[in-house]
Design a protein around this ligand. Structure first.
Ligand code: NAP
Length: 329
Protein backbone atom coordinates (compact mmCIF):
# COMPACT_ATOMS: atom_id res chain seq x y z
CA UNK A 1 0.00 0.00 0.00
CA UNK A 2 1.45 3.35 -0.94
CA UNK A 3 1.64 6.18 1.58
CA UNK A 4 0.41 9.69 0.98
CA UNK A 5 1.12 12.04 3.91
CA UNK A 6 -1.72 14.03 5.41
CA UNK A 7 -2.02 17.50 3.92
CA UNK A 8 -2.83 18.89 7.40
CA UNK A 9 0.37 17.53 8.96
CA UNK A 10 1.71 20.92 10.02
CA UNK A 11 -1.56 22.17 11.49
CA UNK A 12 -1.35 21.16 15.14
CA UNK A 13 2.28 20.42 16.00
CA UNK A 14 4.28 22.92 18.00
CA UNK A 15 7.83 23.61 16.72
CA UNK A 16 10.49 24.91 19.05
CA UNK A 17 13.84 26.49 18.24
CA UNK A 18 16.78 24.28 19.13
CA UNK A 19 18.88 26.43 21.47
CA UNK A 20 20.17 29.47 19.60
CA UNK A 21 20.38 27.64 16.27
CA UNK A 22 18.34 28.13 13.14
CA UNK A 23 16.76 24.69 13.43
CA UNK A 24 13.30 24.05 14.84
CA UNK A 25 12.19 20.66 16.11
CA UNK A 26 8.70 19.36 16.81
CA UNK A 27 7.91 19.51 20.54
CA UNK A 28 7.44 15.74 20.29
CA UNK A 29 9.99 13.66 18.39
CA UNK A 30 10.04 9.92 17.77
CA UNK A 31 12.88 7.57 18.65
CA UNK A 32 13.47 4.16 17.03
CA UNK A 33 15.35 2.43 19.87
CA UNK A 34 12.62 -0.20 20.30
CA UNK A 35 9.99 -1.55 17.86
CA UNK A 36 11.95 -1.02 14.62
CA UNK A 37 14.37 -3.96 14.61
CA UNK A 38 14.28 -7.10 12.48
CA UNK A 39 12.57 -8.80 15.45
CA UNK A 40 9.59 -6.44 15.06
CA UNK A 41 6.65 -6.36 12.67
CA UNK A 42 7.84 -4.25 9.72
CA UNK A 43 4.33 -3.07 8.77
CA UNK A 44 3.69 -1.88 12.32
CA UNK A 45 6.98 0.05 12.32
CA UNK A 46 6.00 1.57 9.01
CA UNK A 47 2.57 2.62 10.30
CA UNK A 48 4.12 4.22 13.38
CA UNK A 49 6.28 6.40 11.12
CA UNK A 50 3.33 7.32 8.88
CA UNK A 51 1.23 8.27 11.90
CA UNK A 52 4.03 10.36 13.35
CA UNK A 53 4.73 12.28 10.13
CA UNK A 54 1.01 12.82 9.53
CA UNK A 55 0.85 14.46 12.96
CA UNK A 56 3.72 16.85 12.25
CA UNK A 57 6.53 14.83 13.85
CA UNK A 58 9.40 15.70 11.55
CA UNK A 59 12.23 14.40 13.70
CA UNK A 60 13.22 10.72 13.89
CA UNK A 61 16.04 9.65 16.16
CA UNK A 62 18.22 6.58 15.56
CA UNK A 63 21.59 5.16 16.60
CA UNK A 64 24.01 2.67 15.09
CA UNK A 65 23.08 -0.02 17.64
CA UNK A 66 19.26 0.20 17.62
CA UNK A 67 17.48 -3.04 16.74
CA UNK A 68 17.74 -5.83 17.71
CA UNK A 69 19.90 -6.96 16.06
CA UNK A 70 22.11 -3.83 16.20
CA UNK A 71 21.86 -1.85 12.98
CA UNK A 72 18.50 -3.28 11.98
CA UNK A 73 16.48 -0.22 13.06
CA UNK A 74 18.55 1.92 10.67
CA UNK A 75 18.16 -0.70 7.95
CA UNK A 76 14.37 -0.86 8.33
CA UNK A 77 14.12 2.91 8.62
CA UNK A 78 16.14 3.20 5.39
CA UNK A 79 13.72 0.86 3.60
CA UNK A 80 10.69 2.82 4.83
CA UNK A 81 12.31 6.12 3.91
CA UNK A 82 12.98 4.93 0.40
CA UNK A 83 9.55 3.40 -0.01
CA UNK A 84 7.41 6.15 1.55
CA UNK A 85 9.37 9.29 2.37
CA UNK A 86 11.82 9.80 -0.48
CA UNK A 87 9.90 12.86 -1.68
CA UNK A 88 9.93 14.28 1.85
CA UNK A 89 13.63 14.05 2.84
CA UNK A 90 13.85 17.83 3.16
CA UNK A 91 10.92 17.85 5.59
CA UNK A 92 12.73 15.46 7.94
CA UNK A 93 15.36 15.81 10.62
CA UNK A 94 17.08 12.44 10.95
CA UNK A 95 19.63 11.77 13.65
CA UNK A 96 21.99 8.94 14.43
CA UNK A 97 24.65 8.28 17.04
CA UNK A 98 27.74 6.27 17.84
CA UNK A 99 29.33 5.54 21.19
CA UNK A 100 28.08 2.17 22.41
CA UNK A 101 29.41 -1.25 21.33
CA UNK A 102 28.81 -1.91 17.66
CA UNK A 103 31.49 -4.23 16.29
CA UNK A 104 34.37 -6.42 17.39
CA UNK A 105 37.89 -5.19 18.00
CA UNK A 106 39.29 -1.94 19.38
CA UNK A 107 37.49 0.38 16.90
CA UNK A 108 33.87 -0.67 17.47
CA UNK A 109 32.80 1.55 20.40
CA UNK A 110 33.53 4.67 22.53
CA UNK A 111 34.87 7.92 21.05
CA UNK A 112 37.88 7.65 18.76
CA UNK A 113 37.85 9.41 15.41
CA UNK A 114 38.39 5.98 13.82
CA UNK A 115 35.17 4.62 15.36
CA UNK A 116 32.93 7.65 14.88
CA UNK A 117 33.77 8.23 11.22
CA UNK A 118 33.42 4.57 10.21
CA UNK A 119 30.27 4.12 12.28
CA UNK A 120 28.54 7.03 10.58
CA UNK A 121 29.60 5.68 7.17
CA UNK A 122 27.93 2.37 8.09
CA UNK A 123 24.79 4.15 9.37
CA UNK A 124 24.47 6.14 6.13
CA UNK A 125 24.71 2.94 4.10
CA UNK A 126 22.08 1.20 6.24
CA UNK A 127 19.69 4.15 5.97
CA UNK A 128 20.54 4.72 2.28
CA UNK A 129 21.20 8.38 3.02
CA UNK A 130 23.87 10.85 1.89
CA UNK A 131 23.83 12.69 5.19
CA UNK A 132 22.11 12.78 8.59
CA UNK A 133 20.81 16.03 10.00
CA UNK A 134 22.23 15.46 13.48
CA UNK A 135 25.07 13.16 14.48
CA UNK A 136 25.66 12.52 18.19
CA UNK A 137 28.42 11.18 20.31
CA UNK A 138 26.26 8.73 22.27
CA UNK A 139 28.16 8.62 25.58
CA UNK A 140 31.31 10.18 26.99
CA UNK A 141 34.53 8.17 26.60
CA UNK A 142 36.75 8.33 29.69
CA UNK A 143 39.87 7.33 27.75
CA UNK A 144 39.81 9.24 24.46
CA UNK A 145 40.80 12.92 24.62
CA UNK A 146 37.66 15.01 24.30
CA UNK A 147 39.48 17.07 21.64
CA UNK A 148 39.72 13.98 19.40
CA UNK A 149 36.05 13.07 19.80
CA UNK A 150 34.90 16.62 19.14
CA UNK A 151 37.22 17.05 16.18
CA UNK A 152 35.71 13.87 14.72
CA UNK A 153 32.27 15.51 14.97
CA UNK A 154 33.64 18.66 13.34
CA UNK A 155 35.24 16.59 10.55
CA UNK A 156 31.98 14.76 9.87
CA UNK A 157 30.17 18.08 9.38
CA UNK A 158 32.93 19.38 7.12
CA UNK A 159 32.69 16.16 5.08
CA UNK A 160 28.99 16.87 4.57
CA UNK A 161 27.93 13.66 6.33
CA UNK A 162 26.02 15.54 9.05
CA UNK A 163 24.55 19.03 9.18
CA UNK A 164 24.71 19.45 12.96
CA UNK A 165 26.27 17.63 15.90
CA UNK A 166 25.17 16.78 19.41
CA UNK A 167 26.23 14.93 22.52
CA UNK A 168 24.30 12.51 24.69
CA UNK A 169 24.63 11.37 28.29
CA UNK A 170 27.35 13.96 29.06
CA UNK A 171 27.37 15.39 32.60
CA UNK A 172 27.44 19.21 32.93
CA UNK A 173 31.21 19.58 33.38
CA UNK A 174 32.06 17.34 30.38
CA UNK A 175 29.36 18.99 28.32
CA UNK A 176 30.76 22.43 29.05
CA UNK A 177 34.21 21.41 27.83
CA UNK A 178 32.74 19.75 24.73
CA UNK A 179 30.78 22.93 23.88
CA UNK A 180 33.91 25.05 24.15
CA UNK A 181 35.99 22.74 21.95
CA UNK A 182 33.26 22.56 19.31
CA UNK A 183 32.83 26.33 19.38
CA UNK A 184 36.58 26.79 18.85
CA UNK A 185 36.47 24.36 15.94
CA UNK A 186 33.65 26.36 14.33
CA UNK A 187 31.00 23.63 14.64
CA UNK A 188 28.83 24.67 17.60
CA UNK A 189 27.01 21.93 19.47
CA UNK A 190 23.36 21.95 18.41
CA UNK A 191 21.80 19.77 21.07
CA UNK A 192 22.25 17.59 24.14
CA UNK A 193 20.27 14.36 24.57
CA UNK A 194 19.99 13.40 28.26
CA UNK A 195 17.75 10.96 30.08
CA UNK A 196 15.05 13.01 31.81
CA UNK A 197 11.67 12.17 33.26
CA UNK A 198 9.73 12.66 36.48
CA UNK A 199 11.67 9.66 37.78
CA UNK A 200 15.15 10.82 36.61
CA UNK A 201 15.77 14.45 37.38
CA UNK A 202 19.57 14.77 37.31
CA UNK A 203 19.48 17.34 34.48
CA UNK A 204 17.90 19.83 36.91
CA UNK A 205 21.19 19.82 38.79
CA UNK A 206 23.20 22.08 36.50
CA UNK A 207 22.73 20.67 33.00
CA UNK A 208 19.60 22.64 32.06
CA UNK A 209 21.16 25.86 33.37
CA UNK A 210 24.26 25.20 31.28
CA UNK A 211 22.23 24.47 28.13
CA UNK A 212 20.15 27.62 28.64
CA UNK A 213 23.26 29.73 29.10
CA UNK A 214 25.14 28.21 26.15
CA UNK A 215 22.15 28.29 23.82
CA UNK A 216 22.31 24.53 23.21
CA UNK A 217 19.03 22.65 22.68
CA UNK A 218 17.82 19.79 24.84
CA UNK A 219 15.93 16.65 23.78
CA UNK A 220 15.26 14.38 26.78
CA UNK A 221 15.00 10.65 26.08
CA UNK A 222 12.76 8.10 27.82
CA UNK A 223 10.43 10.88 29.06
CA UNK A 224 7.82 8.23 29.97
CA UNK A 225 10.48 6.23 31.83
CA UNK A 226 10.01 3.59 29.09
CA UNK A 227 6.27 3.37 29.81
CA UNK A 228 6.35 3.43 33.62
CA UNK A 229 4.93 6.95 33.58
CA UNK A 230 1.67 5.83 32.02
CA UNK A 231 -1.31 4.06 33.51
CA UNK A 232 -0.42 0.74 31.84
CA UNK A 233 1.24 -1.00 34.81
CA UNK A 234 -1.33 0.01 37.43
CA UNK A 235 -3.29 -3.20 37.00
CA UNK A 236 -0.50 -5.68 36.33
CA UNK A 237 1.79 -6.25 33.35
CA UNK A 238 0.05 -6.12 29.97
CA UNK A 239 1.19 -8.86 27.57
CA UNK A 240 2.14 -6.35 24.88
CA UNK A 241 4.12 -4.00 27.19
CA UNK A 242 7.88 -3.41 27.14
CA UNK A 243 8.26 -5.23 30.48
CA UNK A 244 6.59 -8.34 29.03
CA UNK A 245 8.03 -8.27 25.52
CA UNK A 246 11.56 -6.91 25.92
CA UNK A 247 12.61 -7.16 29.54
CA UNK A 248 16.20 -6.09 28.83
CA UNK A 249 16.11 -2.41 29.74
CA UNK A 250 12.82 -2.49 31.63
CA UNK A 251 11.70 -5.47 33.68
CA UNK A 252 9.58 -6.48 36.64
CA UNK A 253 12.28 -5.31 39.07
CA UNK A 254 11.55 -1.74 38.02
CA UNK A 255 7.92 -2.09 39.08
CA UNK A 256 8.57 -1.64 42.79
CA UNK A 257 5.74 -0.97 45.21
CA UNK A 258 7.15 2.49 45.90
CA UNK A 259 7.22 3.32 42.20
CA UNK A 260 3.73 2.00 41.54
CA UNK A 261 2.39 4.00 44.48
CA UNK A 262 3.93 7.16 43.01
CA UNK A 263 2.51 6.28 39.59
CA UNK A 264 -0.98 5.86 41.08
CA UNK A 265 -0.76 9.26 42.80
CA UNK A 266 0.55 10.97 39.67
CA UNK A 267 -2.20 9.30 37.67
CA UNK A 268 -4.83 10.77 40.01
CA UNK A 269 -3.27 14.22 39.70
CA UNK A 270 -3.16 13.93 35.90
CA UNK A 271 -6.87 13.10 35.90
CA UNK A 272 -7.60 16.23 37.95
CA UNK A 273 -5.78 18.19 35.22
CA UNK A 274 -7.95 16.49 32.60
CA UNK A 275 -4.98 14.51 31.27
CA UNK A 276 -3.76 10.94 31.22
CA UNK A 277 -0.53 10.27 33.10
CA UNK A 278 1.40 9.84 29.81
CA UNK A 279 0.28 13.35 28.76
CA UNK A 280 1.18 14.90 32.10
CA UNK A 281 4.61 13.24 32.15
CA UNK A 282 5.44 14.76 28.75
CA UNK A 283 3.91 18.17 29.39
CA UNK A 284 5.74 18.38 32.72
CA UNK A 285 9.04 18.23 30.79
CA UNK A 286 7.88 20.62 28.08
CA UNK A 287 6.86 23.28 30.64
CA UNK A 288 10.54 24.36 30.67
CA UNK A 289 11.38 26.42 27.61
CA UNK A 290 15.00 25.22 27.63
CA UNK A 291 13.59 21.90 26.43
CA UNK A 292 13.41 21.77 22.64
CA UNK A 293 11.54 18.50 22.22
CA UNK A 294 10.72 15.32 24.13
CA UNK A 295 11.91 12.11 22.50
CA UNK A 296 9.24 9.46 22.86
CA UNK A 297 9.09 5.83 21.82
CA UNK A 298 5.98 4.00 20.63
CA UNK A 299 5.10 0.36 20.10
CA UNK A 300 1.85 1.19 18.29
CA UNK A 301 0.66 4.04 16.05
CA UNK A 302 -2.11 4.90 18.55
CA UNK A 303 0.49 5.67 21.22
CA UNK A 304 1.97 8.38 19.01
CA UNK A 305 -1.43 10.01 18.68
CA UNK A 306 -2.09 9.63 22.38
CA UNK A 307 1.25 11.11 23.46
CA UNK A 308 0.79 14.15 21.23
CA UNK A 309 -2.23 15.11 23.34
CA UNK A 310 0.32 16.26 25.94
CA UNK A 311 0.59 19.47 23.92
CA UNK A 312 -2.98 20.43 24.81
CA UNK A 313 -1.84 21.57 28.26
CA UNK A 314 1.79 22.26 29.08
CA UNK A 315 1.09 24.77 31.86
CA UNK A 316 1.24 23.85 35.53
CA UNK A 317 0.08 25.82 38.54
CA UNK A 318 2.50 26.25 41.47
CA UNK A 319 0.17 24.03 43.48
CA UNK A 320 0.37 21.22 40.92
CA UNK A 321 4.16 21.46 40.74
CA UNK A 322 4.38 21.30 44.52
CA UNK A 323 2.14 18.28 44.60
CA UNK A 324 4.24 16.52 41.94
CA UNK A 325 7.45 17.27 43.84
CA UNK A 326 5.90 15.89 47.03
CA UNK A 327 4.89 12.67 45.26
CA UNK A 328 8.35 12.27 43.73
CA UNK A 329 10.27 13.16 46.90
N1 NAP B 1 20.78 8.75 24.00
C1 NAP B 1 20.54 7.65 24.66
O1 NAP B 1 21.42 7.09 25.34
C2 NAP B 1 19.18 7.04 24.58
C3 NAP B 1 18.81 5.99 25.42
C4 NAP B 1 17.50 5.50 25.34
C5 NAP B 1 16.60 6.05 24.42
N2 NAP B 1 17.00 7.05 23.60
C6 NAP B 1 16.09 7.66 22.60
O2 NAP B 1 14.85 7.99 23.20
C7 NAP B 1 13.78 7.35 22.49
C8 NAP B 1 12.63 7.09 23.41
O3 NAP B 1 13.02 6.22 24.47
P1 NAP B 1 11.93 5.29 25.13
O4 NAP B 1 11.36 4.40 24.09
O5 NAP B 1 12.52 4.72 26.35
O6 NAP B 1 10.84 6.44 25.51
P2 NAP B 1 9.54 6.49 26.41
O7 NAP B 1 8.65 7.43 25.68
O8 NAP B 1 9.91 6.79 27.81
O9 NAP B 1 8.92 5.02 26.38
C9 NAP B 1 8.31 4.54 25.22
C10 NAP B 1 7.46 3.32 25.52
O10 NAP B 1 6.41 3.65 26.42
C11 NAP B 1 5.19 3.04 25.98
N3 NAP B 1 4.29 4.14 25.57
C12 NAP B 1 4.57 5.16 24.73
N4 NAP B 1 3.54 6.00 24.61
C13 NAP B 1 2.57 5.52 25.40
C14 NAP B 1 1.27 5.97 25.69
N5 NAP B 1 0.79 7.09 25.16
N6 NAP B 1 0.53 5.22 26.55
C15 NAP B 1 1.02 4.10 27.10
N7 NAP B 1 2.25 3.62 26.85
C16 NAP B 1 3.03 4.33 26.01
C17 NAP B 1 5.58 2.12 24.83
O11 NAP B 1 6.01 0.87 25.37
P3 NAP B 1 5.14 -0.50 25.35
O12 NAP B 1 3.87 -0.25 24.62
O13 NAP B 1 6.04 -1.47 24.69
O14 NAP B 1 4.96 -0.81 26.82
C18 NAP B 1 6.77 2.83 24.27
O15 NAP B 1 7.59 2.00 23.48
C19 NAP B 1 14.45 6.12 21.90
O16 NAP B 1 13.72 5.56 20.84
C20 NAP B 1 15.77 6.68 21.48
O17 NAP B 1 15.63 7.39 20.26
C21 NAP B 1 18.27 7.57 23.67
Amino acid sequence: MSYIPSTSRYQDMLYRRCGKSGLKLPAISLGLWHNFGHVNDFENSRKILHTAFDAGITHFDLANNYGPPPGSAEENFGKILKQDFSAYRDELVISSKAGYYMWEGPYGEWGSKKYLVSSLDQSLKRMQLDYVDIFYHHRPDPDTPLEETMSALDLIVRQGKALYVGISNYKPQEAKQAFQILKDLGTPCLIHQPKYSMFERWVEDGLLDLLGKEGVGCIPFSPLAQGLLTDKYLKGIPKDSRVATSGVFLNENHLTEERLTAVAKLNALAQKRGQKLAHMALSWILKDDRITSVLIGASKPEQVLDSIKALENINFSDEELKEINAILA
